[in-house]
Design a protein around this ligand. Structure first.
Ligand code: FAD
Length: 479
């Protein structure tokens, strides 16, 4: 019989501690503090351990959620972490950045009562317990975390993974667990994709990412950096080098622009460039690192997603006096996670809703000094279900800004498809795959943002399902 005592289902969720906004808005240290063991146990004990758990159906990587929560409730966080690892390559990452409120927590049986279990915070707690344990082991026994995990016997042949974002890492981990010799090729000098160069440290500390990468190294996955597939090596080269199958997870790193007058003025950046300078090139530590970054006094960030929130909160941390999010709908339609919007408000980011940029205005030196916007109103819903913004006639106004960051989305990375004959994409540039994640090239599979989707867990889900399809494909002997 279970030793877990359950709280009444109407219990409120245990809140997770956070650093004070005034303190955290000045540095890049993590905002959330995570549950203490006592808080985690108390929260885990609220889980009803449903016989038919609806939360699992909301998880793209099929984690046995009640099972890992039960282990936490029984004071066994390392066992909880083992349950997570059965299905997930990146639990420490997912516990921090996944939109659980739209997935597993949304389908929790307690969600209609507003008391869904804090699945994300519990996942983070279990993953952090594993990371602490691993660090202690490496200190006390002088075991490198890179070798602390048992290496699998590799008998399944060689598989190439192109891109080290969540899709590629998940596919790599699942194939390595099944005994394949996996090499991940990454064009940048550092691993992780958006987890490295996009999401800031105050949301995802790099020690967490490094731990996940060490786990993969422990499974025998090897990594080749600074290798742009398509140029440094081609897909044909990989097959010639005896790779049996290839998974493409090259992401959607091509920034979109507003295409309005003045967008080429100085001090207007894509969010991608701004965040890469900080997160990948450490421009916040210039001149210790070579890359500088410009920061204005009054920064306007255009967009309403996670990327816009990350750019705005980063600009604040770099010392901007005011940071204003300019968004053409209202807060209710913003695609960013509610938590990110809440944190941005708390830290002092200002919001200018129902405002659409029409042109950037220059100062005498060719740098942006203000943004001319139209006031908007919301009309009927569009095909996304959100009410469509419409311009209010004669409503133009100026927002002063000596720096603007455009964060209105991105499209698939075009490099590999444009350099690979026969790799078919759709009009938007996404690689087309069949129901088995196979592209138009036999033996070449694809998943993550280069195919569809826009979250870490969706990319991971595709990497996981593609790994199964690769195994089936090789077992069938189809080439
Ligand atoms: C700033 C920002 C914040 C975000 N916040 C969240 C969030 O809070 N929660 C969430 O769920 N999602 C978030 N997302 C979205 C999420 O990060 C992506 O959906 C996810 O990273 C996609 O994973 P992927 O593996 O498909 O691609 P990516 O993470 O983009 O990784 C692709 C990798 O492939 C490499 N590559 C590209 N071409 C080649 C080539 N030819 N050869 C070798 N390597 C190549 C790239 O350098 C990159 O490392 C955010 C995105 C951004 C930009």
């Amino acid at each position: 019989m279970s030793t877990v005592s359950k709280g009444p289902s109407s219990d409120k969720r245990m809140p997770m501690g956070e650093r004070h906004p005034a303190e955290r808005a000045k540095d890049f240290n993590e905002v959330g503090r995570g549950y203490t063991p006592e808080q985690a146990i108390q929260e885990a004990r609220r889980c009803l351990q449903c016989k038919k758990p609806t939360c699992v159906s909301g998880c793209p990587v099929e984690i046995n959620i009640p099972a890992f929560i039960k282990q936490i409730a029984e004071s066994a966080p390392l066992k909880a972490s083992s349950v997570l690892r059965e299905k997930s390559t990146l639990p420490g990452v997912c516990g921090r950045v996944c939109p659980q409120e739209d997935q597993c927590e949304k389908t929790c049986i307690l969600a209609p009562k507003g008391a869904a279990i804090g699945i994300g915070a519990l996942e983070r707690f279990a993953a952090d317990a594993e990371r602490k344990q691993s660090a202690e082991n490496s200190l006390s026994k002088n075991i490198s975390p890179k070798t602390a995990h048992a290496k699998n016997a590799h008998h399944g042949g060689k598989i190439a993974i192109i891109g080290s974002g969540p899709a590629g890492l998940t596919c790599a981990g699942d194939l390595a667990k099944k005994g394949f010799t996996v090499t991940v090729f990454e064009s940048l000098h550092a691993l992780g994709g958006v987890l490295r160069y996009g999401i800031p440290e105050f949301r995802l500390p790099r020690t967490v990412l490094e731990q996940e990468l060490d786990t993969l190294r422990g499974l025998g996955v090897s990594f080749e950096l600074n290798c742009l597939i398509g140029r440094t090596k081609t897909i044909a080269d990989l097959f010639a080098d005896n790779f049996l199958a290839i998974f493409v997870g090259t992401g959607a790193g091509l920034p979109s622009f507003l295409k309005i007058p003045g967008e080429n003025l100085n001090n207007i950046f894509s969010a991608n460039e701004f965040l890469v300078r900080i997160n990948l090139m450490h421009a916040n530590q210039f001149p210790k690192f070579d890359t500088p970054v410009y920061v204005g006094k009054n920064v306007a960030v255009i967009g309403g997603g996670n990327v816009a929130m990350d750019a705005a909160r980063t600009a604040l941390r770099l010392g901007a006096e005011t940071v204003t999010i300019v968004y053409r709908r209202t807060e209710a339609e913003m695609p960013a996670r509610a938590e990110e919007i809440h944190h941005a408000h708390e830290e002092g980011v200002q919001f200018k809703f129902l405002s659409a940029p029409e042109q950037f205005i220059s100062d005498e030196k060719g740098a942006v000094q203000s943004i001319e916007c139209s006031a908007m109103e919301l009309g009927a819903p569009d095909n996304t279900g959100r009410r469509r913004p419409q311009v209010i006639a004669d409503s133009r106004f100026l927002i002063p800004a000596d720096m603007a960051i455009v964060a209105i989305g991105s499209s698939p990375n075009p490099v590999l498809p444009s350099l690979t004959t026969g790799l078919t994409t759709n009009a938007a540039g996404h690689i087309i795959v069949d129901k088995n994640f196979m592209t138009s090239l036999p033996g070449v599979f694809a998943g993550g943002d280069i195919v569809s989707g826009e979250t870490v867990i969706q990319a991971m889900g595709m990497g996981k399902r593609a790994a199964r399809c690769i195994i089936d494909h090789l077992a069938d002997g189809r080439d």
